[in-house]
Design a binder for this molecule. Sequence first.
Ligand code: ATP
Ligand code: MG
Length: 390
Amino acid sequence: MREIMLLKQGEMVLKGLNRRGFEEKLMGNAKRRLKKYGHFKVYTRQSATYVEPLDDDCDFEGAWEAMCKLFGVVGLSRACSCEKDKDAIVACAKEYLGDKLSAAKTFKVETKRADKSFPMNSIQLSQYVGGELDDAYPNLTAEMHDPELVVHVEVRDYEAFVHADPEEGAGGLPIGVGGRALSLLSGGIDSPVASWMIAKRGVIVDMIHFYSYPYTSPEAKEKVLDLARLLVPYTGKQCVHVVPFTKIQEELRRSCPEERFTILMRRFMMRIACRVAEKNGFSALVTGESVGQVASQTLEAMACTNAVCTVPVLRPLVGMDKEEIVRISRKIGTFETSILPYEDCCTVFTPKHPRTKPKLEELVEAEKALDIEALVEEAVAGIERVMLEL
Ligand code: ATP
Ligand code: MG
């Protein structure tokens, strides 16, 4: 018995002429993630990507976990290979899927036949294997529409595969087919989810984090890097651009009206992020904002932060409730880290009564007291880059 993995491609099968490029990306991403688990062969046939261990030292479980986080895969199954013979296929199904076959009430067999020289056609083979399993398991009844268990049989060039019960994959599109974006990552719940959602659409995502030492501690920065690290199994790798933000906050506190502090600070974050995006070839920014969640996330406030942006801002959580965001953050494994206590630069000088409906003219007026260009340039010059890889 030899076990392999079968990855079912998602929407990318709809990509027409681009499909080959998408498949190449998916296979390249799979190979990079598999490297540390041993030698695997990766190839694609008829919109399924096969992952086969090439020797006994392979860490199959580790590789399986990694493939569960591979964007571009909607479903994945473990399959068992056997000889291309009808009775070998039945024996393999009994041995490999025994528990499932004993537990189900209804089932059917579906066959795909790539080797057209196989003596039975797909329907005949499905009927034969189905009949044998029906006889062997008294609990089973054949059921063509909506059975509990579907036993898949694939007859390929050199061997046959048997599998059942695909698991849900990470979905989305392969990383790298969607360009590059820069995500504003805080230590909260929302921004890791927002980054993940954009990466899921095939976008290479780098992170930018604003850090206000000594108002925020080195632990707060570590926490943000930890969150970014948790996303690496999905993204493959990413650079975190850590921006020194203390001077800008002190300048704002010294010279600007307190109730406008947060929104003025957010405008600086956006200016700096846009500068970094332009310099490094990112086509968009990503934030974890959601309409009405806090004072700086009203439509009026978002318009005021957008006003300084020179690249588009993607806000994938914009219409989501906190509960929905928390659900995703638990699913992707960032929640427990996000809720660790920490200070964010946003919380350090939070005004008691922030304006929920800021007026752009008033903000522009308040900013006249500052040398915006010099502050932005200085912050960009002080950026520390942390590279995170698989
Ligand atoms: P989060 O849970 O992502 O921290 P939040 O609900 O706390 O979001 P805000 O603090 O208003 O909301 O921040 C809104 C968005 O601004 C964040 O989702 C994030 O994209 C960005 N942001 C906030 N603080 C920082 C920071 N220190 N560094 C980088 N980006 C930040
Ligand atoms: Mg926050």
